[in-house]
Ligand binder design. Structure first.
Ligand code: G3P
Ligand code: CA
Length: 359
């Protein structure tokens, strides 16, 4: 055991290492190193979900084989208690549930057993929505359990990405934080050697995650609106009369600097090592939200000793914009593009990697 003076010296060295040129601002790269998080981080949002159906085997295998640092997933629980990777509250958008279970099609994911969910086709919707990226082998893909995503993360001896796990609508799933702890522990992923980051929009879930997994890095996702940062101007898109959702979101701002800082303090006191703010995207679209990565916001976040991982950015013009603004990692549907931007290009093409996996 270290003597007290030695412990103090070590702590001091860590702190000095984490401080930048400005003595008030910790160096983000040193903060990332302390947390065991690559800098800058490539976080494969629902896998390589631009090129394959989100949260399915080809999406995760492709992200892994491209070299992403983390496979991102949204954690939910089946009616019979199995942890699975699904984003939406219902299965309408990403499966054939309307044809298979018409009378229950609007029910939440938690209404279905694992066997029912595994009987769904989670790939054909992608082929229909994106014919230019369709593959015959995507038809009939299954929803994955957390165990299966862990298998994929462990499955390439040349590159083992971490997992970046979000507790999705955690109030619908009481005890999911403990369930996750049990599963990760059972699989040996809490040994300190595996890369895991836990993320949530819910401050209460963050505190629960911190209680059961105090030494695993955690990130509080940020948003402007109900349950998160108070907006400058109250209102909803529906009531605004606007037609462009992305343009409406882009105008939403935190009430003031103090309100933004308050959420950084909530993140910090509930055990987070960073925040996950939204971005307003140049091309707009479904994933363009509030601009919560303005330079002053990232600066303040760093001053509080927190990292910034922004969601969800796919184009080089926005990679540059958010990196110039000072973020430390990016959630992306296009890992290949982000890896290229970070000058860590994959050795093989997307097509070659998918074919090698049988897709
Ligand atoms: O988890 C970060 C980002 O994924 C949050 O948005 O809705 O895609 O889960 P969402
Ligand atoms: Ca997510």
């Amino acid at each position: 055991m270290l003597a007290n003076w030695s412990k103090t010296l070590c702590m001091g060295a860590l702190l000095i290492g984490a401080m930048g040129a400005n003595a008030q601002t910790p160096n983000p790269q040193a903060l990332a190193k302390q947390a065991g998080i690559p800098w800058p981080a490539v976080i494969a949002h629902r896998g390589a979900s631009f090129d394959a159906p989100e949260s399915t085997a080809p999406a995760y295998k492709l992200a892994r084989d491209l070299g992403a640092d983390y496979l991102e997933l949204d954690l939910q629980r089946t009616r019979d208690g199995v942890l699975i990777a699904v984003h939406d509250d219902t299965l309408l958008r990403t499966s054939d549930i309307a044809a298979r279970f018409p009378e229950r099609k609007d029910k939440p994911v938690s209404d279905f057993t694992l066997a029912e969910l595994e009987s769904l086709d989670a790939g054909t919707w992608f082929n229909q929505a994106h014919p230019e990226r369709a593959r015959k082998t995507y038809a009939g893909l299954q929803i994955l359990t957390l165990d299966e995503v862990l298998d994929i993360a462990e499955g390439n001896p040349a590159h083992k990405p971490g997992l970046y796990i979000e507790t999705k609508v955690p109030k619908q799933f009481p005890g999911i934080e403990q369930d996750l702890q049990r599963k990760l522990s059972e699989r040996g992923w809490l040994d300190g050697k595996h890369k895991v980051v836990l993320q949530t929009f819910e401050a209460d879930s963050l505190a629960l995650l911190d209680k059961v997994m105090p030494s695993v890095p955690k990130v509080l996702l940020l948003w402007v609106g109900e349950g998160s940062i108070e907006p400058k101007t109250k209102g909803t898109f529906a009531a605004s009369g606007e037609t462009d959702k992305a343009a409406w979101y882009a105008k939403q701002q935190p009430k003031d600097r103090a309100e933004f800082a308050r959420w950084l303090d909530i993140a910090k006191t509930r055990g987070a090592v960073g925040t996950g703010p939204s971005a307003a995207l140049t091309a707009g679209g479904d994933q363009s939200y509030m601009d919560l990565v303005q330079p002053w916001m990232n600066q303040l976040t760093h001053e509080k000793g927190l990292l910034v991982h922004v969601y969800t950015v796919d184009d080089a013009v926005d990679f540059k914009k958010v990196m110039d603004a000072g973020v430390d990692g990016i959630f992306t549907n296009r890992s290949a593009e982000l890896l290229k931007y970070y000058q860590r290009p994959a050795k093989q093409s997307i097509d070659a990697l998918l074919k090698a996996q049988g897709y």
